[in-house]
Design a protein around this ligand. Sequence first.
Ligand code: AFD
Ligand code: MN
Ligand code: MN
Length: 429
Amino acid sequence: MMPPISPDLIAQQNAPQADALHDEYQALGRKLERRGIAIDTIKSRVKGWSVAVPSWGAGRGGTRFAKFPLAGEPTNIHEKLEDCAVIQQLGRTTPRVSPHFPWDCVSDYAGLRQEAEALGLGFDAVNSNTFQDQPGQAQSYATGSLSSTVSATRAQAVEHNIECIEIGRQLGSTALTVWVGDGTNFPGQQDFARSFDRYLDAAAQVYAALPDGWRMMLEHKMFEPAFYSSVISDWGSSLMAAQELGEKCKCLVDLGHHAPNVNIEQIVARLHRAGKLGGFHFNDSKYGDDDLDSGSINPHQLFLVFNELAEAEANPRGGFDPAYMIDQSHNVTDPIESMLASAEAIAGCYARAQLVDREALHAAQEANDVMLAFRTLRAAYEIDVGPILAMARMEQGGAIDWLTTYRASQHRARKAQERKAVGLGAGIV
Ligand code: AFD
Ligand code: MN
Ligand code: MN
């Protein structure tokens, strides 16, 4: 299968920029060397690091008010994979796609896996969907799914999750991410304890169906669609559930799913301490679960999260293997551009966290030298790692300047001719 973007075009676009990049890379290399860091080591680590993109992020998202479709946006998993391949081709940080069911249902999963492989992609965690009803579904999730008071509804939600595992097996995935919209809109609507009991009882049935080597990740979210309470509202509820369900169950941290100003990096450290840090959904937010592009609002917070991850990796306790995924809704941009920008922002924070002088940081912490500890951490954040990321991309066949190259490829304009138009339809993805 031909890659969606011509490698010749990428090389052609890179050529006039290569000298400047080498120059900037060498200058940064000298700066890092003075701090005792070998730039090539950081570059190799960046090359070995990756984050999955969400299939649902390939289409234009929307708000609960409207969705503004983009000419040429994908409308099925095949087209989504094609766009994800563009992201990977140009950025070289996103080799896996996290699918969502039943949105991405097809009749032949072995075929879908081959299709992805031919595009240079694999599959990451599978996501189940019991937060909306599907045509012809026997039970409604309007008042809950895994925590529903109706046993037939709980059974249907369990069955769907087990089906997702089965699909994931065929796709080569090894994780199931469960986010439920279950919760309440009114005080008194449900009993908090009994809802949680019902959730745990149903989730245990899903857990029991996990194959060897798989993990189940619970994604907490404070509010929305339920606006008074949600069943897995915060990392505390998530941790309690994961501990009760068992070893293979971990917590997934979606950066947007917390109250404003919550110290997410500390949550990351706590979950790791408990051996329950399963993975991430990266995005950014200003007010709530805004699903904005990673690093677009608060890049410093993203860096602090990666600093905790670097600490965790250096001190794995029982293990360290978080699943990294993007989860964003691109309402006003071309999703390919947003995911390229996001992947770069996330990889940049990963790289900066590698630059922290940990020995100096730990020594300052032990000595209670507050300013030195702070400055040691901040020094890494202030380094522009752009040349490392660009060099890693170029050496792997990606684009130095992914935005200009993507636009020069005319990918979206070509797809606007080939793909069927999207309806104005539902808002939120
Ligand atoms: C939700 C959650 C969850 C879910 C996604 C679907 O973040 O990850 O799968 O959005 O669009 O808000
Ligand atoms: Mn999420
Ligand atoms: Mn969300």
